[in-house]
Design a protein around this ligand. Structure first.
Ligand SMILES: [Zn+2]
Length: 118
């Protein structure tokens, strides 16, 4: 089956993000680095870097809305979202709001652990 999944991670640099590309069997296919300059413009390390935008920069705008570092995957061509549950099963997600909600619940501090803010 042909297709690509993408997920985005933040890095230790505030204005730099990493895009991980995988095939539909979740084999890593490559990474792209996306940086935002002081004017707010995004630059991508992919082959389309000279263009005004590319799929990675488009997707970053979506992932930046609460989905960075969540481990959810986006299939660009079919506009579908996938998430890995606690048992390691991959399932399609209809509503990305529920992903963001689930993540904030998962990250909520438990009993005696001090919460981390960074
Ligand atoms: Zn790109």
């Amino acid at each position: 089956m042909k297709g690509e999944l993408y997920t985005f991670r933040s890095t230790k640099h505030t204005h730099q993000f990493e895009c991980l590309k995988l095939d539909l069997d979740f084999n890593p296919k490559g990474t792209y680095s996306i940086t935002q300059d002081s004017l707010g413009r995004l630059h991508c390390s992919c082959f389309a870097a000279h263009r005004h935008t590319c799929r990675h920069r488009e997707m970053l705008a979506v992932f930046a809305n609460g989905l960075l570092d969540t481990g959810v995957f986006y299939e660009y061509d079919r506009r579908k979202w996938y998430a890995v549950d606690t048992d390691g099963h991959i399932s399609e997600v209809e509503d990305t709001d529920s992903i963001a909600d689930g993540v904030s619940r998962a990250k909520a501090p438990t009993t005696h652990q001090p919460s981390q803010t960074d």
